[in-house]
Design a protein. Structure first.
Length: 224
């Protein structure tokens, strides 16, 4: 019997953390997946259902607007956003993920590139009309999450929208008892994406479309 993909990803992450390389495990996992020796647990072969639901409900018009997909992986979420007309940039820290995105979506309208959320290009500062963050912050160790949250918020342009989708955990669950990856986000962490000019305008807390025993956040923010 093949090993559970979640177990494999946690082992690869743990090995990176032991080397004091908290983001290196993404490349190790995607490279192993490309070789057929691992499966990326969150690579669904389609856009995330909660993102698709948001698109259906909001009917965003991306004409003459820019979008950024954080931690784009193999590109399915970015393709959905690009199809709405946004000039879409999608990045991942893993070169193997970006290579897979190009293979999966030949002729894509999205611009795929390697970049690091913790040190993004300077010209991305408050540059995007729509920023989509799905499962990237929660894939980072808890001590890095405040920095990652801050970096995400600084990508949103004036008048722009931020959409965050993440696994949820109870606020009373101690960090020390949260074994990742992922390290699901508390309500307090979701609230921390706000700023004096970046407001939480909708927050849904619902069972995962894939597993109703797991709760998910879908949060939408608007910058003044």
């Amino acid at each position: 019997m093949s090993e559970d993909p979640d177990v494999v990803s946690r082992r690869i992450a743990r090995e990176s953390l032991e080397r004091d390389d908290p983001t290196g495990w993404f490349e190790h996992l995607y490279a192993a997946a490309a070789e057929g020796s691992a499966v990326v647990p969150w690579d669904r072969g389609t856009a995330h259902q909660l993102l698709a639901d948001w698109v259906d409900e909001s009917q965003p018009d991306g004409a003459d607007k820019t979008a950024l997909v954080v931690g784009a992986g193999t590109g399915w979420d970015a393709e959905l956003i690009a199809d709405r007309g946004y000039d879409t940039t999608a990045f991942d820290i893993s070169p193997s993920a970006i290579e897979a995105a190009h293979r999966n979506h030949p002729g894509s309208k999205a611009h795929y590139m390697v970049a690091d959320l913790l040190a993004p290009p300077a010209d991305w500062h408050r540059a995007f009309d729509l920023v989509v963050e799905i499962y990237t912050v929660q894939a980072l160790p808890i001590h890095l999450q405040p920095t990652a949250v801050q970096q995400v918020t600084e990508l949103v342009a004036p008048g722009g929208t931020l959409l965050v989708i993440a696994a949820a955990r109870p606020d009373d669950q101690p960090d020390a008892e949260t074994q990742g990856p992922p390290w699901p986000l508390t309500r307090a962490t979701i609230q921390s994406f706000t700023a004096p000019d970046l407001h939480l305008i909708q927050l849904d807390h619902s069972p995962s479309p894939a597993d109703n025993t797991v709760l998910r956040w879908r949060a939408e923010y608007l910058r003044d």
